[in-house]
Design a protein around this ligand. Structure first.
Ligand code: NAD
Ligand code: UDP
Length: 339
């Protein structure tokens, strides 16, 4: 800009990734609660690139502005600091309801708040869906199956959850969130979707969140002992985050209202998983065993027949491919940034 006194100032337009130009009638207004978190920020990227208008609502408990900073200032994007426990007024077409701490140290930090977030937060978002007639998707979890007695876990399994243990705030919180979701469907005709997500990893996992993938990668990068809780025979099945995002968007846009497992059925014992990461990052690093955590599920593996049949979805990334990219991402963050 050339001012009247002859001075010049420069406006630096921020450059954004190019987004699809949709016709006004095709462009949806989509609310993503918890959109500044690990999964949420990848979902936001995909919805933005598809050409939709995206509103992120987040209280930044475990998420960060950095995760979505590349969209700040884009005309299709809004970021609102808000706690989902309090009512939120907005007009939208779809709601992806993710807001909830997801790693055991985070959700156990303030268990009462975790329950409030799941219960009151989900009531608020279902109320919003009811008023605006928006389609509502809940990100539930494999934790609704608890320490499963059925293996692999199908959506028809009712679960085996300790209602008073340290994981209950999350597990029971998500179970009641599912109950609320189907109550609003039956009672108020809210159009609902429920994804039961199995362990997911990828870039933007918070280095401090204590989950096994980030812990092992960071420990191996720093040459510190990898910490296995218990004897390491417990199993988990890990999916790469981009597969999950495909599944969430397909589920939202298909006509299927029952819960759907989204996870990669590749199953590893935690001992095998530790050795795999150690061997890729720093083969000389020792592995140590710490006491097991209470109520830690002994095995977990999704049956994804429902997702394959009704969504045409199955994981495209192997765990190895996902790990390569995730390890590279953690390296790019620099060791000082990793706690
Ligand atoms: P995350 O902790 O990175 O993201 C959660 C987001 O919700 C954060 O941005 C956080 O700040 C926000 N949040 C938390 N409480 C809130 C509140 N009261 N009000 C507003 N925002 C709030 O976790 P994630 O891994 O991205 O998980 C996202 C969702 O997926 C969660 O609902 C989680 O239960 C579910 N899920 C994740 C996994 C996984 O392996 N990542 C597995 C099963 C289910
Ligand atoms: N775990 C571990 N070492 C760690 C972190 C986790 O052995 O440093 C184990 C944990 O006990 C569980 C599995 O890894 O058996 C997955 O833990 P995570 O917290 O990632 O997710 P969960 O599936 O328990 O919610």
């Amino acid at each position: 800009i050339v001012h009247s006194d002859g001075t010049v100032s420069f406006l630096h337009a921020k450059s954004f990734l190019p987004v699809r130009m949709l016709r006004q009638s095709e462009r949806l207004r989509i609310l993503v609660t918890g959109g500044a978190g690990f999964v949420g920020s990848h979902l936001v990227d995909r919805l933005m690139l598809m050409g939709h208008e995206v509103i992120v609502m987040d209280n930044f408990f475990t998420g960060t502005k950095t995760n979505v900073q590349h969209w700040i200032g884009h005309p299709h994007f809004d970021l609102v600091r808000h706690d989902v426990v309090d009512p939120f007024m907005i007009e939208v077409n779809q709601i992806y309801h993710l807001a909830c701490p997801a790693s055991p140290p985070h959700y156990q930090y303030n268990p009462t708040k975790t329950v409030k977030t799941s219960v009151m937060g989900t009531i608020n978002m279902l109320g919003l869906a009811k008023r605006t007639k928006a389609r509502f998707l809940l990100t539930s979890t494999s934790e609704v199956y608890g320490d499963p007695e059925e293996h692999p876990q199908k959506e028809t399994y009712w679960g085996h959850v300790n209602p008073i243990g340290p994981r209950a705030c999350y597990d029971e919180g998500k179970r009641i969130a599912e109950t609320l979701t189907y109550s609003y469907m039956r009672q108020n005709d809210v159009d609902v979707r429920v994804a039961r997500i199995f362990n997911t990893f990828g870039p933007r996992m918070s280095p401090a969140d204590g989950r096994v993938v980030s812990n092992f990668i960071i420990q191996a990068l720093k040459g510190e002992q990898l910490t296995i809780y218990g004897d390491g025979t417990q199993t988990r099945s890990f999916q790469y985050v981009h597969d999950l995002i495909d599944g969430l968007i397909l589920l939202m846009n298909k006509n299927f209202t029952e819960p759907v497992n989204l996870g990669n059925p590749e199953e590893y014992s935690i001992q095998e998983f530790a050795e795999m990461i150690r061997d890729r990052v720093s083969p000389d690093t020792p592995i140590k065993h710490l006491p097991a955590t209470m109520d830690d599920p002994k095995k977990r593996k999704p049956d994804v027949t429902r997702a394959t049949t009704y969504l045409g979805w199955q994981p495209a990334f192997s765990v190895q491919q996902g790990l390569e990219e995730t390890i590279e991402w953690f390296k790019e963050q620099g060791l000082e940034a990793l706690i």
